[in-house]
Design a protein around this ligand. Structure first.
Ligand code: CAA
Ligand code: FAD
Length: 387
């Protein structure tokens, strides 16, 4: 099928993973997409299925029940899931690229041994950075912690917009321990729901409705000293370094979304006849298909390139920001055109195409808005040019 594709140098393992995820997405997810969107709720069967398929610890080592695959493999999974449902895609994306990765990269062996095996098999995770008064300015957080005499911590935090939180049992939490140090007072913690975490409010949204987005309350919760992730005061660096990787994941989600909308709309346009011919046969339509296909290809190439740069240990922050920014623009433009290619039917819920367009809007907002990506790119270009 179109868009599978012309990318060079995917390994045999990565290609096989793509095939198995595609099968799972078409057989298990596709039949549930519309109902989940209407109900604004993720079907538990899908979460269970993702765990059973080994898609919730993609880069986690086999020793910790994971699949031990590459970062690009995770990107492929996110892309394939988004072709069918961007909500399922972001659930898997956050769990793998934000939650698992924080533990794999920064946590003690003890914390890794304790949580990674469960995160690979049945415990859903989420990433708690944003707050009501600090979104783009994420390091201006009000959530705070206090160190107790025995070295444990008391945390008071309110986090907003937390993806997966409705079904999650594990929370990566960022809190400020000493405001006088600015962002160098922020630390990261591993929290489980049974420590006293409460879901305060679930948002009703324009798109990715099946993905839960809630305000999460951590009121005076007691956290053992071992649950500090990395060093105290290094939480800000953990947050942004993880987000640099996560942004490649959102790029992949947006590429998959664009491809999913494109594939569905093209199929309809070849079946739909006007003036005695399939509407897809008119040159006015074909030029638009060509344009959209080219944009998807460019976005996908940027996403995979950023992923490979990261894997090779080379600088990739600028490329990740560019890939996320561009892929989210492509997703909006292609899914918008896809509605038009289907005429009135594209505007109805029946074809499932309008959902891609609603879902595409989030790409320019989460994991850093498009302006934040532009700011990141501009700073790095300046630095590269020695300005
Ligand atoms: N990579 C590595 N380090 C970075 C960095 C990057 N992209 N951007 C900033 N930093 C570091 C700087 O080097 C500096 O650290 P040092 O002093 O140790 O050198 C520190 O961060 C502060 O830098 P700035 O003063 O330039 O940054 P700032 O305070 O103006 O803003 C930021 C920094 C909060 C990271 C901002 O650039 C940003 O990215 N905001 C968006 C926040 C975000 O992405 N939130 C996502 C929440 S999770 C989510 O959304 C998940 C989901 O939906 C699915
Ligand atoms: P604001 O920061 O208030 O931005 C408002 C506008 O101002 C934007 O257009 C922005 O680009 C612009 N702006 C702000 N600062 C600048 C600047 N310096 N220069 C130019 N323009 C600027 N967060 C988590 O921690 N975990 C999650 O799992 C998570 N999931 C999310 C899921 C959904 C569905 C949504 C909607 C959000 C999620 N978020 C999550 C939060 C998300 O990361 C923030 O919404 C995002 O970072 C933007 O913050 P904000 O909403 O406060 O917007």
């Amino acid at each position: 099928p179109f868009g599978v594709n012309s990318l060079a140098k995917l390994t045999e393992e990565e290609e096989m993973l793509r095939e198995s995820v595609r099968k799972f997405a078409e057989e298990v997810i596709q039949p549930r997409v519309e109902a989940m969107d209407e109900a604004e709720k993720m079907d538990k069967e899908i979460i269970n299925g993702l765990f059973e398929q080994g898609l919730m610890g993609i880069e986690t080592s086999e020793e910790h029940n994971g699949a031990g695959c590459s970062f690009t493999a995770a990107i492929i999974v996110i892309e394939e899931l988004a072709k069918v449902d961007p909500s399922v895609s972001v659930l898997c994306d956050v769990h793998n690229t934000l939650v698992d990765t924080v533990l794999r990269k920064y946590a003690s062996k003890e914390l890794q041994d304790k949580y990674l095996p469960k995160l690979s098999t049945d415990m859903l995770g989420c990433f708690c950075l944003s707050e009501p008064a600090s979104g783009s300015d994420a390091f201006a957080m009000k959530s705070s912690y206090k160190k107790n005499d025995d070295g444990s911590f008391t945390i008071d935090a309110q986090k907003m917009w937390i993806t997966n939180s409705e079904d999650a049992d594990f929370f990566i939490l960022f809190a400020q321990g000493d405001p006088s140090k600015g962002y160098k007072g922020i630390s990261a913690f591993a929290i489980t729901r049974d420590m006293g975490v409460e879901i305060a409010k679930k948002e009703k949204k324009l798109g990715i409705k099946a993905s839960s987005t809630c305000t999460v309350q951590f009121d005076g919760i007691q956290v053992p000293k071992e649950n500090l992730i990395g060093e105290e005061g290094k939480g800000y660096k953990i947050a942004i370094e993880i987000l640099n990787e996560g942004r490649v994941g959102i790029g992949a989600q947006m590429v998959g979304l664009a491809q999913g909308a494109f594939n569905k709309a093209i199929k309809y346009a070849y079946e739909r006849k006007q003036f005695g011919k399939p509407v897809a046969s008119f040159q006015g339509m074909q030029f638009q298909f060509a344009e959209a296909a080219m944009k998807i290809e460019a976005a996908r190439t940027m996403v995979y390139n950023a992923a490979r740069l990261k894997e090779e240990g080379r600088p990739f922050t600028k490329e990740a920001a560019m890939a996320k920014l561009y892929a989210s623009e492509v997703a909006q433009s292609v899914s918008g055109s896809a509605i038009e290619w289907c005429g009135g039917m594209g505007f109805t819920r029946e074809t499932g195409i309008e959902k891609y367009w609603r879902d595409s809007k989030i790409g320019a907002i989460y994991e850093g808005t498009s302006n934040i990506q532009r700011q990141t790119i501009a700073k790095l270009v300046e630095a590269e040019m020695g300005l």
